[in-house]
Design a protein around this ligand. Structure first.
Ligand code: ARG
Ligand code: ZN
Length: 417
C-alpha cells in the first residue's frame, strides 16, 4: 500500500524549494497527558495523519506542535479521546520573533576577531569564524581538524584542546552538539564549553588540563543553517537520498548499532527517518571515522540536545541497561548534583529508553556499543517545555554553564580513575 507518509510529504520544504522563511503564525505547542496506551495510540494516529508533529515525549506526556489550520480538528480529537492538554506555546511565531533579537552593537564594537557572545544564537559563519580565531590565537593548546564534510559540503570541524602534560596514556572526552538542527541551545552550550576551556584556561581546575577534549560544536551544519534561514523547527540533515524521497535523515537514528530497531522510521518523510542504511550519512561517517582511528583514548562521550533537562545513558535501542549501568548512573547523578549546585536547575538521570522512549541508532548507543566508551551520555538541556526549542536568549549563558559543569564533572570523575 502507498504509505500514509507520502501524503504529508508534499509540501514545499520537503521538495527543498522554499524561498521564504516558513511562518509559524498561530501555530501552537500543546502538552498532552499520555498515561495509557489508548492515549498514546490517539497521538500516534494524529501523527500518522500529518496533523501534529512531536516535539518531546516522556513516559507520561507528549508535546505536540499543531498548525493553526489543524487546531480545531486536533483539539476535538483530543477531547473525544479524553486526552487532557495544556497550551504550552500559544503562538510559535511570536516566540520565534522574540528568540533572537539583533545583536547589541555596543557589545560588539571594540571586539576583535569574532562576534560570538552568549547573548544571542549565532549563524554558522560567525561560529566558524570564532573557531578560526581561537585556533589562530591559542596554537599551543588548540588544534582544529576537518574531519569530513556535510552532505552540502560544509566542513565538519573538531576542535581539540590538548592537555598540559603530554602523557603517554591520554584520556580523552568527546563532546558534540547540534546533531538536531533546531536545538540551538546545544550548539551555543558547546561553544560555551570551548570558551571556558580556551579563554579561562588559567582558572580551570587542574583535572581539566589533564584531559584532552575533542569537540564538534555542530554535527549537522546543513540542518542548522536551514533552521536559521528557512525553517526554524527543522530537525534532520538535508540529504535527499533518491529522487522521490523526502529531504532529511535523522542523524540520531543513523548510527550503526541496533540500527533500524524501535523508535526509528523507514519512511524518508518521517522526522525520525533512519536513513537508507546504517551510517549512510556523511556527518555520521565523519565522526565514526574520527573516533575509530583511536577509540581507546576516549573515556567519555557527551552529546548535547534539547530539551527536557535529562542526563541519559544507554541503551536507547530498547529498555535494557548495560552491565556497568550502576556506575554510569552514579556518575550521571554526580553530574546532576553539580549542575544543581551551580544554577539550581534540576536534571533527571536515567536510562534513555526507560525515561523517554526507545530510539535505536542514536550516537550514544554507538559510542558505548561500538567504540566501547564507558561513559556515554546524551544530555537534554533546558527547558522542561515552557519554550521548548525556542529558548529565550537570556538562558543561553546559564545553560552553557550547566553544560560546562557537566563536562568538567565528568572529566573529574574520569581523571581520578
Ligand atoms: N531526544 C533524543 C532523540 O530522540 C534522545 C536520544 C537518547 N538516546 C537514545 N539512544 N535513544 O534522538
Ligand atoms: Zn535532539
Amino acid at each position: 500500500a502507498l504509505s500514509k507518509y507520502t501524503i504529508c510529504s508534499q509540501n514545499d520544504s520537503q521538495q527543498g524549494n522554499i524561498e521564504e522563511k516558513i511562518s509559524y503564525d498561530g501555530d501552537q505547542v500543546l502538552r498532552v497527558e499520555t498515561v495509557n496506551s489508548k492515549q498514546r495510540k490517539t497521538i500516534k494516529e494524529l501523527e500518522n495523519q500529518g496533523l501534529i508533529q512531536k516535539w518531546f515525549t516522556n513516559s507520561t506526556s507528549v508535546d505536540i506542535m499543531v498548525k493553526k489550520a489543524n487546531s480545531i480538528i486536533v483539539k476535538n480529537a483530543l477531547n473525544n479521546g479524553s486526552l487532557s492538554f495544556d497550551v504550552f506555546i500559544d503562538d510559535i511565531q511570536r516566540a520565534i520573533n522574540e528568540e533572537n533579537p539583533p545583536m547589541n552593537e555596543d557589545e560588539l564594537s571594540g571586539r576583535q576577531g569574532h562576534n560570538v557572545t552568549f547573548q544571542n544564537y549565532h549563524k554558522i559563519s560567525d561560529i566558524y569564524k570564532y573557531i578560526d580565531y581561537i585556533t589562530q590565537e591559542y596554537p599551543d593548546f588548540v588544534e582544529v581538524q576537518n574531519i569530513g564534510n556535510s552532505y552540502q559540503g560544509v566542513p565538519l570541524r573538531v576542535i581539540k584542546i590538548k592537555p598540559d602534560q603530554n602523557t603517554t596514556d591520554i584520556k580523552s572526552i568527546w563532546v558534540d552538539g547540534g546533531i538536531h538542527a533546531r536545538e540551538w541551545i546545544a550548539v551555543s552550550s558547546v561553544l560555551y564549553i570551548i570558551n571556558e576551556l580556551v579563554f579561562n584556561r588559567d582558572s580551570l581546575e587542574p583535572h581539566m588540563k589533564n584531559i584532552e577534549f575533542h569537540i564538534l560544536p555542530i554535527v549537522n551544519p546543513d540542518g542548522y543553517k536551514h533552521s536559521h534561514e528557512k525553517e526554524r523547527l527543522w530537525r534532520k540533515n538535508r540529504n535527499k537520498p533518491t529522487a522521490n524521497s523526502c529531504i532529511g535523515t535523522d542523524l540520531n537514528r543513523n548510527w550503526d548499532y541496533h540500527w533500524g530497531e524501535s523508535g526509528a522510521s523507514k519512511y524518508s518523510c518521517a522526522e525520525i527517518y533512519r536513513g537508507v542504511k546504517a551510517g549512510s550519512e556523511p556527518e555520521t561517517q565523519a565522526v565514526v571515522k574520527y573516533i575509530m582511528k583511536n577509540p581507546k583514548i576516549f573515556k567519555g562521550f557527551v552529546t548535547f540536545h534539547s530539551y527536557g533537562q535529562y542526563i541519559l545513558y544507554p541503551w536507547g535501542y530498547a529498555k535494557r541497561v548495560p552491565s556497568d549501568h550502576t556506575e554510569v548512573q552514579r556518575v550521571g547523578q554526580v553530574i546532576a548534583t553539580a549542575i544543581k549546585k551551580t544554577t539550581s536547575v534540576e536534571y533527571t538521570v536515567g536510562n534513555s529508553a526507560t525515561l523517554l522512549y526507545p530510539a535505536a541508532g542514536a550516537s550514544d548507543d554507538w559510542a558505548k556499543g561500538v567504540a566501547k566508551i564507558k561513559y556515554a551520555y546524551t544530555i537534554e538541556l533546558r527547558d522542561t517545555g515552557k519554550y521548548g526549542f525556542i529558548l529565550p536568549p537570556s538562558e543561553i549563558l546559564s545553560t552553557g554553564k550547566e553544560a560546562f559543569v557537566a563536562v568538567s564533572t565528568l572529566a573529574s570523575e574520569i581523571s581520578s580513575q
